[in-house]
Design a protein around this ligand. Structure first.
Ligand SMILES: [Ca+2]
Ligand SMILES: [Ca+2]
Ligand SMILES: [Ca+2]
Ligand SMILES: [Ca+2]
Length: 515
């Protein structure tokens, strides 16, 4: 068991679910490949994205931008959910948590599967999506309990589906542990350990593991690997953070002097901050902004990007979760910071610096432990769902006030707790993750409640449940129902590139400028 730290969830998550990020109505994120086409159609993709759309125009219709008549019909009502947990096949008992689950299509059938992480209380639990609204527990991928921390999924080639990495804690530094790499094998839902063959099983890869990132760091189309650790383990002379190049077929070779090695961070998300097409890194809990400047090369621009914000230095402390959200659909990554017990912050991206958002953009009193992003009401504006980081004061179960922030379209949000995605528990929230598990175009929520540990130095933690909340917003065609579109992002024509972080250009109306 690792030392108690109130964990942030999203770091792991964004990295953790590179296939899922496209599914949370990311701002038109998906397939831009740099490789020339081979002529072979890509395989069916596990990634699908949903966002508000207009439906097909009549044949031969001229190119057009969003017609105001259609916009006027778009419903802006807040999203609603209902508890689907009893029918979902997910376990009902209370456990501690760490960093949420892994959401990825591991068997490549186009439906999201789950790996539930109960920290060190159980083995990692794999649940396969049976495509009829239920999850079915599969064979445990690792036949032992371990100190499981952050997870990340990506396609390292081979069989269709997602491979994934899980970080292990290091028993408070006494026994630094290497990550486990699970690879998909065929369609038989078989996962095999691949860390040894991949070259990340040795002492040099071991640490007090926290967050893995699977991201292409040199633009050659394959996923490279970053392992973020909490402090150096005993006897470990570093580097604390470990960066690996994928030299082909998922074999990794460690790189040096990337600009990441000595960072005092343990969580991170990836996002293209300056719009140059290269993925940058936002790391925390002491906020650091790292721009990609080339293959395996990062530059710390934290001060330059923050210093025009009043009291910017204080913003850097105690960040426990971060999400990328394009508030005004400009195609750039604004950042939402959870800082429980302090007020959450939304930082607007000006392309070369971050700016504070107008007062009141985030409703007063919003202090969260985790955040997930999606267009939950399919109105074309990205919304936020926030995990309440405190349990009940009296220790008795109650409705935990996890909060929905619905975008109003002017850069602001309205808050609600009457959305139906609420756990009845005494436990604090740990994680919330948006994905469309039943592929109906309406974003659902997986919520994890519970502290990170049961007991640590006099602190008693409270275990909590997993909950699956299914979206109940009106379907297209029903009263108040908005349209949506689902996209499949396959491998690149070369078969090497992965879907995560891709950019999608859509043309509406049969032509016209990219939209
Ligand atoms: Ca699947
Ligand atoms: Ca690469
Ligand atoms: Ca919305
Ligand atoms: Ca759904």
């Amino acid at each position: 068991m690792e030392r108690y730290r109130r964990a942030t969830t999203s770091a792991r998550r964004l990295a953790a679910t590179c296939l899922a990020t496209a599914a949370v109505a990311a701002p038109l994120a998906a397939g831009q490949w740099t490789s020339p086409g081979s002529g072979a159609p890509p395989p069916p993709s596990p990634a699908n994205a949903s966002f508000s759309a207009l439906g097909a125009p009549p044949p031969g219709a001229p190119p057009m931008l969003l017609p105001t008549t259609v916009r006027a019909r778009t419903s802006t009502a807040d999203a609603t959910w209902q508890d689907w947990t009893p029918a979902s096949g997910l376990p009902r008992n209370n456990r501690v948590k760490y960093s949420g689950s892994l959401i990825a299509d591991m068997d490549g059938d186009g439906w999201y599967d789950l790996v539930l992480n109960n920290h060190d209380q159980t083995r990692l639990q794999v649940f396969w999506n049976n495509r009829r609204g239920r999850f079915v527990r599969g064979q445990d991928p690792l036949p032992y309990r371990m100190d499981a921390h952050g997870m990340a999924a990506g396609d390292l080639g081979g069989a269709a589906g997602a491979d994934w990495v899980v970080m292990q804690g290091g028993s408070n530094g006494a026994t630094p542990a290497a990550p486990r790499l699970l690879r998909t094998r065929g369609s038989a839902r078989r996962l095999v350990q691949g860390q040894r063959r991949a070259g990340v099983d040795g002492a040099a890869s071991a640490g007090r593991g926290r967050t893995p990132l699977l991201v292409d760091l040199d633009g050659d189309g394959d996923l490279d690997l970053v392992l973020l650790n909490y402090d150096l383990a005993a006897g470990d002379w570093g580097p604390r953070q470990k960066v690996y190049e994928n030299i082909g077929a998922g074999i990794f070779r460690q790189r040096a002097r990337t600009g990441l090695e000595d960072l005092t961070v343990e969580r991170a998300i990836v996002a293209d901050l300056n719009g140059d097409g290269r993925l940058d890194i936002v790391a925390f809990p002491y906020l650091r902004l790292l721009l990609s400047t080339g293959p395996f090369s990062f530059k710390d621009v934290t001060v330059r990007w923050l210093r025009s914000i009043p009291n910017w230095s204080a913003l850097r402390y105690g960040v426990i979760a971060v999400a990328e959200v394009d508030v005004d659909n400009e195609g750039v990554a604004d950042l939402y910071l959870c800082r429980h017990p302090r007020q959450d912050v939304l930082l607007r991206n000006r392309g070369f610096r971050l700016a504070a958002s107008p007062a009141g953009a985030v409703p007063a009193g919003t202090t969260s432990g985790d955040v997930t992003v999606g267009d939950f009401n399919n109105d074309g504006h990205l919304d936020l769902f926030l995990s309440h980081a405190s349990g009940t004061a009296n220790g008795r179960p109650g409705w935990r006030p996890d909060r929905l922030l619905t975008a109003t379209g002017d850069g602001r949000f309205r808050a609600s707790t009457a959305h139906g995605a609420t756990q009845w528990t005494s436990a604090p929230g740990d994680s919330v993750q948006a994905f469309d598990y039943d592929r109906d175009g309406r974003l659902d929520l997986l919520v994890g409640g519970g502290d990170e540990v049961t007991a640590w130095r006099g602190t008693t933690g409270v275990p909590g449940p997993w909950s699956l909340f299914t979206s109940t917003i009106p379907r297209p065609g029903a009263v108040g129902g908005n349209h949506w579109i689902a996209l499949s992002v396959g491998r690149s024509p070369s078969g090497k590139g992965a879907a995560g972080g891709a950019t999608l250009r859509l043309r509406a109306g049969g032509g016209g400028p990219p939209r």
